[in-house]
Design a binder for this molecule. Structure first.
Ligand code: DGI
Ligand code: FE
Ligand code: FE
Length: 190
């Protein structure tokens, strides 16, 4: 509740409602897939805390904290994850590296994602307030597939969406996609 109150001032009502949706969904997925619901809750509440942060301020943090400099060549939308993780650590005293990574990589995914990282990525996409073509399919899949296969479906959807708009894809997203598929021995279930 304290965390929720703290992030409420940092975002418009709509984003706050999204955050609640991600939190409920992340807790549900954590229970479903045998991960810690408390960690999922903290990561989800804080995942978009920097969504509306000042672009130049975020740029400064990325440089000062020596985060991946490639970020600055890509869309500023990609900055709120890594900067959000930094704020979670410095302002909200989150010390759990897995929770910090779930925040840090929630927009792009990455190679070697933990289960918690997958859960937050997926919850961000399928929470009840999301409306995009295909979201109901992903929600249905969340009740049927393994966490791994569900993550493949979600990242494939994101990458396809960006490709269809001729948007550059951040390398972590491609690496995440490749990594998930290379880990799979059999077919991806449709
Ligand atoms: O913050 P949210 O809106 O809840 O969701 P998010 O953190 O997944 O951010 C989604 C935005 O980020 C959306 O506008 C697409 C964009 N995005 C995600 N991955 C990439 C990307 N944009 C580019 N150019 N490249 C990416 O790899
Ligand atoms: Fe986000
Ligand atoms: Fe989000």
């Amino acid at each position: 509740d304290e965390l929720l109150a703290a992030i409420k001032d940092r975002m418009p009502e709509k984003r706050y409602i999204h955050t609640i949706g991600v939190t409920d969904t992340a807790i549900k997925l954590a229970k479903q897939f045998g991960e810690d619901p408390k960690k999922a809750e903290v990561a989800a509440i804080l995942h978009d805390s920097c969504k509306y942060a000042d672009r130049n301020w975020m740029k400064q943090i990325i440089i000062e904290q020596q985060m991946d400099p490639t970020l600055l060549q890509y869309h500023h939308e990609l900055w709120h994850g890594p900067v959000g993780a930094y704020i979670a650590k410095t302002e909200f005293n989150v010390t759990d590296e897995d929770v910090l990574n779930a925040i840090r990589f929630h927009t792009t995914g990455r190679i070697g994602q933990s289960n918690l990282e997958k859960i937050v990525y997926i919850a961000d996409m399928i929470e009840p307030n999301r409306k995009f073509p295909g979201v109901d399919d992903l929600r249905k899949a969340s009740e049927e597939l393994t966490l791994h296969d569900l993550m493949i479906k979600c990242i494939t959807h994101s990458i396809s969406f960006l490709i269809n708009k001729y948007q550059p894809i951040f390398p972590d997203s491609f690496e995440c996609y490749n990594d998930l598929l290379l880990q799979k021995k059999g077919q991806v279930k449709e």
